[in-house]
Design a binder for this molecule. Structure first.
Ligand code: HEM
Length: 405
């Protein structure tokens, strides 16, 4: 239990964190990787380079500081992060390491302003926050291990099949190397994929949504090849998976995790909207609804540049045709002559079109895609007065905010 004094010190440093949050976490990562180079095998360096992870951690620390006397208020956020940590294999003994380096970074960035009193208060508060994470994650590890076909940590899987789904998206079907059963999962969940890539110093871990329904003898992920862009280098892992990984090769998977999941108890109509590779959790949700013979009205909407970039089209059309209450709609931003007659809307999704293709506004909406795409869809739904309770979305990569102009 923190003292009143500690709580008030922590709360009074929130404005300081607002100003220095990103600088502190940036310095923190430099210190962390210098003092513990083994952790370079755990963190995603592409996220580091783009500063995304710094922002995510800064936001989490800021939120925790603001709610330090009522941490239960931020439990949903803690759980979302804990899912990610559990999926990555983060352990309790790594928390003090992070704490020490974070405190050192606060000290260095704040300079004289970081009095012993402030540093002590932060050390204490970090301990409280860390113990919440550790206990939530301990429960998640236990659940993952005790589930039928489940496991804690990483398990060897073989690439049973590799299927090109579009010019940039390829599916990988994984089966366990030990021949055992695999855990079920909730549609929308992801796995961490861990691998050593020839020529790379560190092990790489990435999260990918499962793109098929549970209950199969395999896990399927569908990966977009991240080619070089003016704003960012090519994705080391996605390019390796696409170009080098062969059927029969082995990599490591953690058990499915994540809290962006389809509520199968709900009986309301459901609308699944995706942009680009954001379709992977949506296809998992669609396939699950169809496999479980849902009575719900299901609307699947996918936005792609054009047919060349449109993955899993035929599979989705087949699934939708198996259920009377389901429909799929394709929106191409930049169709070519080859796409004539193969899509339903040209340009971007807009509200009049959404209102035309969605039979019932009292539906639950799930969407996923690039951040500007999600911000656009969120805005349209709010403009349509869809209550926030009916809106669910997931960020690929570190979580952020959809409050974009
Ligand atoms: C991811 C917060 C402790 C390793 C994250 C994210 C947040 C966060 C907000 C981003 C989640 C997302 O993507 O949605 C925290 C807080 C901690 C803590 C508040 C302490 C109380 C740790 C520890 C480790 C760790 C002890 C182990 C060394 C990671 C890794 C990621 C992550 C590897 C994924 C980032 C990436 O590679 O892009 N954490 N974390 N975290 N955390 Fe933590």
């Amino acid at each position: 239990m923190l003292s009143e004094k500690t709580i008030s010190i922590i709360k009074s440093t929130v404005p300081v964190l607002e100003v220095h949050g990103v600088a502190i976490t940036k310095r923190f990562y430099q210190l962390l990787f210098t003092n513990h180079p083994e952790l370079m095998n755990v963190f995603n360096h592409a996220n580091q380079r783009q500063g995304k992870q710094q922002a995510a951690l800064a936001n989490a620390v800021y939120a925790a500081a603001q709610y330090i006397d009522k941490l239960e208020t931020i439990l949903p956020a803690v759980k979302q992060i804990a899912h990610k940590h559990r999926s990555l294999g983060i352990t309790a003994d790594q928390y003090p390491i992070v704490g020490q380096n974070l405190l050192q970074a606060i000290k260095e960035v704040l300079g004289d302003a970081a009095t012993d009193e402030i540093l002590d208060a932060w050390a204490e508060a970090y301990g409280v926050i860390a113990s919440v994470f550790i206990s939530v994650e301990a429960e998640m590890y236990q659940e993952a291990e005790q589930q039928q076909g489940g496991w804690a940590g990483y398990r060897a899987f073989r690439v049973e099949r590799k299927v090109q789904e579009s010019s940039v998206i390829t599916s990988f079907y994984f089966v366990p190397q030990d021949g055992g059963s695999i855990a079920s999962f909730k549609p929308g969940q992801y796995v961490s994929v861990k691998m050593d890539i020839p020529g790379e110093k560190n092990t790489h871990i990435r999260q990918y949504s499962l793109s098929d329904a549970p209950g199969k003898p395999y896990y399927r992920i569908s990966v977009k090849r991240e080619d070089t862009l003016p704003s960012k280098p090519a994705g080391v892992v996605s390019v390796y998976l696409h170009e080098q990984m062969k059927e029969g090769e082995v990599l490591w998977l953690s058990a499915p995790a994540g809290d962006f999941t389809l509520d199968l108890e709900d009986i309301r109509p459901v609308v699944l909207i995706s942009g680009g590779v954001g379709l992977t959790p949506m296809v998992s949700m669609l396939n699950t609804l169809v496999d479980t013979k849902t009575d719900r009205q299901v609307t699947f909407i996918h936005a792609a540049q054009n047919g060349e970039y449109h993955a899993l089209k035929q599979q989705v059309e087949e699934k939708v045709s198996q259920t009377s209450g389901a429909a799929a709609h394709w929106c191409y931003s930049n169709p070519t002559v080859l796409d004539t007659g193969a899509f339903h809307k040209e340009g971007y999704i807009d509200l009049p079109w959404l209102q035309k293709v969605i039979p019932n506004k009292d539906a639950v909406f799930y969407f996923c895609g690039p951040v500007p795409f999600m911000a656009h869809i969120n805005r349209l739904l709010l403009e349509w007065n869809v209550p926030a309770e009916q809106i669910h979305y997931e960020f690929f990569g570190p979580s952020g905010s959809l409050d974009q102009p």
